[in-house]
Design a protein around this ligand. Structure first.
Ligand SMILES: [Zn+2]
Length: 238
C-alpha cells in the first residue's frame, strides 16, 4: 500500500502507543497497539475492546474511510457503551438504565428509518446529561442543565471517530432532552420513545387500563414505540 494514514504508520509511533491491558475476565496481560479496536486474550479467549482506543484522528484524516470506515454498528455500540460504563464507574443502576434505553432504541430502529449511529449514541449517552446536572448545587441548576454534559459527550464521540455531523446532532439531542418542544426529528422521537418505554416498564402494574391507553397515545411519538408500549401492557389500542 503506497498511501497510508500517517497515524497508522508505526514509524511515527511513540513507545507508549503499544501497551498492556488487563483482561477483564481473567486478569491476564494483553498487549494492545493503539489502533487495535479489539484483541483476544490468549489465556481465556475473551475478546474485548481496546479501553484506550482513540479514533479521534478520523475526524480530519483523509484516509478515515479506509480505516475507521471499517467500524461497524456493533463495534461503534461497544465503544460508546464502554465509555458510558467508564463514566458511570460502578453506578450499576445508571449503567443498566442506559443499556435498557439502548435495547428499546434498537428495537424501534428495526421499524423506523432513523440514523443508527446517532440514535445508538444518544440512547447510551443521554443520561450523562442528567447525571452532570445532579452533581451541580441546587442553586446552579437551570433550564439548560444538559449543556454541562456536552463536553463529555463530545469527547466520547470524538474518541469513537464519529463524524462532525453525528457529534453535533447527538449533542443537540442531549441538550434538548428535557425540552419536548424540540423533539422534531425522527432520531429524537426514537430516543424519546426508548426512554419513555424504560420508564413505563417500572409502572407496569397500573390498574387503570383506560388511562394507560391515553398516556401511550399522548406520550409515545413513533408508531413502533406505541406498539411496544401496548405490548408491555398487553393493551389493544384500535
Ligand atoms: Zn483473559
Amino acid at each position: 500500500m503506497i498511501s497510508k494514514c500517517p497515524g497508522q504508520d508505526t514509524r511515527f509511533w511513540k513507545p507508549d502507543d503499544v501497551y498492556s491491558v488487563e483482561c477483564p475476565k481473567c486478569g491476564n496481560s494483553v498487549e494492545f497497539f493503539k489502533d487495535d479496536i479489539r484483541r483476544r486474550c490468549k489465556k481465556c479467549g475473551h475478546m474485548f475492546i481496546n479501553p484506550r482506543l482513540n479514533l479521534g484522528c478520523a475526524r480530519w484524516c483523509q484516509y478515515a474511510d479506509q480505516c475507521v470506515g471499517a467500524i461497524g454498528k456493533e463495534e461503534f455500540k461497544e465503544i460508546i457503551t464502554l465509555a458510558m460504563k467508564e463514566y458511570f464507574e460502578g453506578d450499576q443502576e445508571r449503567i443498566d438504565n442506559a443499556l435498557k434505553v439502548l435495547e428499546f432504541a434498537e428495537k424501534i430502529l428495526e421499524k423506523e428509518e432513523g440514523n443508527p449511529k446517532v440514535v445508538i449514541a444518544a440512547a447510551i449517552l443521554y443520561e450523562i446529561g442528567v447525571h452532570e446536572a445532579e452533581r451541580k448545587p441546587e442553586s446552579a441548576k437551570g433550564s439548560n442543565q444538559e449543556k454541562d454534559s456536552l463536553p463529555i459527550v463530545r469527547g466520547i464521540l470524538e474518541r469513537s471517530g464519529s463524524k462532525k455531523d453525528v457529534i453535533e446532532e447527538v449533542c443537540q439531542m442531549i441538550e434538548g432532552h428535557h425540552h419536548p418542544e424540540k423533539i422534531d426529528t425522527l432520531n429524537r422521537k426514537i430516543v424519546h420513545d426508548a426512554v419513555q418505554l424504560v420508564n413505563f416498564r417500572g409502572e407496569k402494574d397500573v390498574e387503570d387500563k383506560g388511562k394507560q391507553k391515553k398516556i401511550i397515545k399522548k406520550v409515545l411519538l413513533t408508531p413502533a414505540g406505541k406498539k411496544m408500549a401496548e405490548e408491555i401492557y398487553n393493551l389493544n389500542i384500535v
